[in-house]
Design a protein around this ligand. Structure first.
Ligand code: HAM
Length: 428
């Protein structure tokens, strides 16, 4: 019989990979909550119109990457390709911003019908941070500081570079668009099919085209920074001065425009050279017009999203591994010892919350139980046989350091283990 496989581009996350991603999500939640952000959870599916109106009709995502279908009522639904549109929808629907600024985070799967390759999937997790009601640039700085702190926590700082740009705003942005369209028309002969199509509908996106033959022409195209209005320039300067004061290195990429239409002013991307073509690990920016555009009161907003699988790949490249299944493995031989092991284990769990304790199940000789103990990654095996039951002791056997096993009174076991585990953690 032909076995059924997972859908292309929608990878299973097996326990080791899952564990590394969980370490990442926990660290990220921890960091953002220390800055006062709160979690929000939203449906994976929204009305198609929400994405068309926010991300933009003439974007890769809306034109060709959405998983859309008509539900049984004939209404078009879409699996979310990103989270910002849904967060804005919820903020408006529940009048969240009326109560003052909102700092929110959200983690979960997104869906895009892209061509799957390393680092690019059709279902992938993002960790999103979104702040509403704050015009910045202080909050822009905070978001970037949060990401930098997270890289530090995860040990990937050296792998990432921060690229910044500002799309400007209002009349300056319009003047840049007009100048860009004139320039691109004058160079129509070097535009590829995509750029020719985008020329009238979404000329800004032509700027981040990767087509080699267009690069010299694009390098000389009208640059956004030359069209910034005074306020946008001031915003950018304050942002970058404060990043300098925090010691966060950045580079201006005047051609960074992002693939979604809702941005204005600050846009940024943390990129790496270690993951091949899919080099953006975290991207975001300001979307000051989006709340109003979707029917809410004008509310400035800014946010970013981390590609969880890409960041996890960087962590792995830096030596982060899945955490062991167990810290302590309890082996017991014989009926009486097995019965006692269950009671002893529950007592240890009461005394040592947070310690991962696995009790051998399914019997086996001491030799085979110790093999399982080793495979579990545990620091210590506890051995309970007939003579230990009689003397109310346990043999404590170190599995990761060369040291003798030692008989410990059951009554003193929790204290001994606590000390030993703390010592091995400190040594690691
Ligand atoms: P985005 O650049 O489309 O922005 O995606 C954010 C991040 O998600 C990317 O930097 C990348 O790491 C990851 N990512 C995107 N597509 C894929 C894929 N097919 N497979 C794996 N990872 C992927 C947004 O989604 C905006 N909503 C970010 C934002 C939040 N802007 C303001 N707030």
């Amino acid at each position: 019989m032909v076995t059924i496989q997972a859908i292309r581009g929608m990878p299973d996350l097996l326990p080791d990979a899952c564990n590394i991603q969980s370490q990442l999500i926990r660290a990220a939640a921890d960091v953002v909550e220390s800055y006062g952000f709160r979690e929000i959870r939203l449906p994976l599916m929204e009305k198609t119109e929400l994405f068309a109106r926010s991300i933009g009709e003439v974007t890769d995502i809306v034109e060709k990457e959405m998983y859309s279908f008509d539900d049984r009522n004939g209404e078009s639904m879409t699996l979310r390709p990103e989270a910002t549109a849904g967060v804005v929808r919820a903020v408006i629907q529940h009048s969240l911003a009326h109560a003052g600024p909102q700092k929110l985070w959200l983690a979960g799967p997104m869906f895009r019908y892209e061509r799957p390759q390393k680092g690019r999937y059709r279902q992938f997790d993002q960790f999103n941070v979104e702040a509403f009601g704050l015009a910045g640039p202080d909050i822009d700085v905070e978001l970037i500081a949060i990401s930098a702190r997270l890289w530090q926590r995860l040990g990937v700082t050296d792998s990432l570079t921060l690229e910044l740009n500002s799309l400007g705003d209002g009349a300056g942005r319009q003047r840049h668009r007009d100048a860009l369209v004139d320039y691109l028309r004058a160079h129509a002969d070097v535009l590829d099919a995509d750029a020719t199509r985008r020329l009238e509908s979404n000329p800004l996106r032509v700027l981040d085209s990767k087509t080699p033959a267009m690069q010299p022409m694009l390098a000389a195209a009208p640059q956004l920074p030359d069209y910034w209005d005074d306020e946008s320039r001031q915003h950018f300067e304050t942002l970058t001065q404060r990043l300098d004061a925090l010691g966060i290195a950045w580079t201006l990429n005047p051609r960074l425009v992002r693939g979604l239409d809702y941005y204005s002013r600050t846009v940024f991307e943390w990129t790496t050279t270690e993951l091949g073509a899919q080099n953006a690990v975290c991207s975001g920016g300001r979307y000051d017009r989006l709340v109003e555009q979707l029917g809410g009161k004008p509310t400035p907003a800014v946010g970013f999203a981390i590609g969880v699988a890409r960041l996890a790949a960087l962590m792995e490249a830096r030596g982060v591994t899945a955490q062991p299944v167990a810290d302590v493995y309890l082996a017991a031989l014989g009926e009486a010892a097995e019965a006692e092991a269950v009671v002893l284990a529950e007592r240890l769990r009461d005394a040592l919350p947070g310690v991962k304790l696995v009790v051998n199940a399914g019997g086996g000789s001491f030799k085979s139980q110790l093999k399982r103990a080793d495979r579990s990654g545990a620091q210590y095996a506890l051995i309970l046989g007939e003579s230990e039951v009689e003397s109310a002791t346990v043999q404590v056997k170190p599995l990761r350091v060369r040291d003798d096993q030692q008989a410990v009174a059951q009554a003193a076991l929790a204290g001994t283990l606590r000390e030993r585990l703390q010592a091995s953690e400190a040594a690691a």
